[in-house]
Write a protein that binds this ligand. Structure first.
Ligand code: Z5A
Ligand code: MG
Length: 230
């Protein structure tokens, strides 16, 4: 990776439904490629793997599944692809990812089911590769509803979306210093939002020398250092 940093940057685009995540991921990919930066786009759920196919069938309401079982499958889908993420980063590619573990926590915890606390929902994703930057696309319910396709899949209902938003807010607060999780107003036009995202991504576009962190690594450390870890 001549003239560049030691590894590619890991950028995640999160947000409410119809906030324009997939649209912005495509525009960001185009922009990075235009700048000559190698880029790998990923998306969760990745519906192409065997686990992804089970998730797809659940989301389309073709199959029913226990809420905890589907939660663990969403997480397993990330773990099965985590090596692809780290390999791409090590090869100097910028990884741009459409949804990640944060959606996993938000949608499952928002179900308010027994045994599915915020902490329980977070646990299976502890130690996944941590994004260098997560851009959270915030969109008002009015703008959300005005956009195409809303209401076709299982979770696309107003009350669920409201609860999901609250969990995302908590995640944003708990992500800490404000440099790794940034909320972006996504009510504006596609190009306007794309410009703002580029402004935020540009400092990382040529990669980073920072070691890749693990999600919620402090929680992992606490357990490892306790007598509970064998
Ligand atoms: N889920 C979960 O439960 N657990 C997990 O661990 C994960 C996910 C990872 C499917 O996700 C579901 O899985 C999702 C969360 C849950 N449930 N719900 N509900 P998905 O990512 O596959 O969902 P999707 O089908 O891609 O929809 P989306 O992500 O909500 O949409 P989007 O990517 O944010 O929006 P878009 O496709 O870019 O745009 C939507 C429309 O709006 C489209 O017509 C665009 O042309 C238009 N658009 C986009 N931007 C704009 C602007 N700025 N202005 C006007 N119109 C716009
Ligand atoms: Mg999408």
């Amino acid at each position: 990776m001549s003239g560049r940093k030691t590894r590619g940057a890991f950028i995640v685009i999160e947000g409410l439904d119809r906030s324009g995540k997939s649209t912005q991921v495509a525009l960001l990919e185009e922009r990075l490629k235009g700048e000559g930066i190698p880029v790998r786009v990923m998306k969760f759920p990745d519906r192409t793997t065997p686990i992804g196919k089970m998730i797809d069938s659940y989301l389309r309401s073709e199959t029913e599944m226990d809420d905890r079982a589907i939660h663990l499958l969403f997480s397993a889908n990330r773990w099965e692809l985590s090596k692809s993420i780290t390999d791409a980063l090590d090869a100097g590619e910028t990884v741009v990812c459409d949804r990640y573990a944060f959606s996993g926590i938000a949608f499952s915890a928002a179900k308010n089911k027994p045994g599915m606390s915020f902490e329980w929902c977070r646990a299976p994703d502890v130690a996944l590769p941590a994004p260098d930057l997560t851009l959270f696309l915030a969109v008002t319910p009015e703008a959300q509803r005005a956009r195409g396709g809303f209401g076709e899949e299982r979770y696309e209902k107003a009350d669920m979306q409201e609860r999901v938003e609250h969990v995302f807010e908590r995640i944003g607060v708990e992500m800490g210093d404000g440099s790794r999780w940034i909320a972006v107003d996504a009510d504006g036009g596609k190009e306007e939002v794309a410009q703002e995202l580029w402004r935020l991504v540009q400092p990382l576009a040529k990669g980073t020398d920072r070691p890749l962190a693990r999600l919620w690594a402090d929680l992992d450390e606490r357990v490892r250092n306790s007598h509970l870890y064998i």
